[in-house]
Design a protein around this ligand. Structure first.
Ligand code: HAM
Length: 425
């Protein structure tokens, strides 16, 4: 038997109803906050992620699906391609390539789609997973760097999570500084690591030299006591970063968005500057981050583009759905009615009735005139339909249908023209 590849999975009904519900709700909220959709390719040049996300990150150094793409014509060169491990680099590449900053306006872009990382699969962690993300990016003159953008993004995130009904999340917030203050923090980290790094894992030993901030991402249990004692970034922020962070927090307080400052949270991607954040959820066990994001004021320039500060986030849709399933009780979009044709020649009348009901927005399914009534009722129950509607010779002539409530067992006769109203009640 050929099975789905390790770390990938099929999303099947009824779960897909919840995925669709989530996507519908977030699209509604994005529209209210004036975001528009962007769709970028699923694979890009490897270099985009190496330069954007950073060579020393776990993502780039260990987790990318990369291949040499052979030339297919004499005019083509071989190129190194990668399945996107995240979507921010792709969005910023598109921003640069299509000169989206030319309008002088902020670009508020969202995306929903699969991402790929070669991580060790476990609950909430897959090699193909789905992100719902958004980026606010634009020229400085459009206000892209201002703290109000950060507060607005976080406000929208709480609205998104409310709209899908997620309860019990925690927002962790931090500032990771900027290219002006980061060097002094890196220097402090290097000095602190000097005496202890030999007792730490191989990754930490290397990163202590190449990119000491990434030492804070280390998951090795033995290294945690060392990491706990390292200097904190909050003590190294320069005055503009400190002020920016204070303004973001003041706006969140005014909006009554609850958060906790977590000075250890530096996020596993190199492009972040200033505000970073994660929302976690208790139902998710070790993979507790439902979403993460932050500011990336230098990313566009790093990719060869114009200055274009930005901030964004990505929700792990797999994890959001898992968390919702853990708390969800009521079924989503259940089948309203099962239309049962009774005897030869009744299929066309049943289909006609089903067509009218569907056009009126009622979810219905249809049996077949060759099935015994008992079998049709059993199918209706299995499908979770609320009502069964019987369509026989007499019903068609009288244009009044026997409607049985399958939950209560009650049966009544409803006139054809009142049926929609009756079912929608
Ligand atoms: P990230 O923290 O790497 O950030 O991923 C965001 C979210 O994607 C995580 O919080 C998690 O919910 C989900 N996720 C990540 N890896 C997996 C996996 N293997 N399986 C299931 N879910 C996963 C980014 O990707 C940034 N691009 C976010 C961003 C946008 N920052 C600024 N703009």
């Amino acid at each position: 038997m050929i099975k789905a590849v390790r770390g990938t999975r099929d999303l099947l009904p009824p779960d897909t109803a919840l995925w669709n519900f989530v996507e519908r709700k977030v699209r509604e909220v994005f529209a209210r906050y004036n975001y528009q959709e962007i769709r970028t390719p699923v694979f890009e040049s490897t270099e985009l992620f190496a330069r954007g996300v950073g060579e020393e990150t776990d993502i780039v150094s260990k987790e990318m699906f990369t291949w040499e793409d052979k030339a297919r014509a004499a005019s083509e060169k071989t190129q190194t391609l990668t399945l996107r491990p995240e979507n921010t680099a792709g969005v910023v590449r598109a921003y640069i390539e299509h000169e989206l900053g030319r309008s002088g306006l902020l670009q508020k872009l969202y995306y929903i789609g699969p991402q790929f990382r070669r991580e060790r699969p476990q609950k909430g962690r897959y090699r193909q997973f789905y992100q719902i993300g958004a980026e606010v990016i634009g020229p400085q003159s459009a206000g892209s760097e201002l703290p109000i953008r950060d507060a607005e993004v976080l406000d929208m995130l709480t609205a998104l999570l409310n709209a899908v009904g997620l309860k019990g999340w925690t927002l962790f917030l931090n500032s990771v500084g900027c290219p002006n203050c980061r060097p002094s923090y890196n220097q402090a980290l290097r000095e602190a690591l000097e005496g202890i790094k030999d007792q730490m894992c191989g990754d930490c030993q290397r990163r202590a030299e190449t990119n000491p901030l990434r030492v804070l991402d280390c998951k090795a249990p033995a290294d945690q006591p060392f990491i706990e004692k390292l200097p904190k970034i909050a003590d190294y922020l320069d005055e503009p970063c400190r002020k920016h962070f204070a303004e973001v927090r003041a706006m969140l307080d005014a909006l009554e968005v609850p958060y906790e400052v977590n000075e250890r949270m530096v996020r596993g991607l190199d492009y972040y500057t200033r505000t970073t954040f994660e929302f976690t959820h208790g139902e998710l066990g070790s993979q507790s981050a439902v979403l993460g994001g932050g500011r990336y004021d230098g990313l566009s320039e790093q990719l060869g583009g114009p200055k274009a500060p930005g901030i964004g986030f990505a929700i792990g849709e797999d994890r959001l759905v898992l968390a919702l399933q853990a708390q969800q009780t009521e079924a989503l979009a259940p089948l309203k009615a099962f239309v049962i044709p009774l005897g030869a020649g009744m299929n066309r009348h049943a289909l006609k009735l089903a067509k009218e009901l569907r056009a009126a927005g009622v979810a219905v399914d249809v049996s077949d005139e060759s099935f015994r009534l008992k079998k049709s009722f059993e199918t209706a129950e299995k499908l979770g339909a609320t009502y069964a509607i019987l369509v026989g010779e007499n019903e068609v002539q009288a244009s009044a249908f026997a409607v049985k409530n399958l939950k209560s067992g009650e049966q009544t006769t409803v006139a054809g023209e009142e049926l929609q109203e009756y079912l929608k009640r």
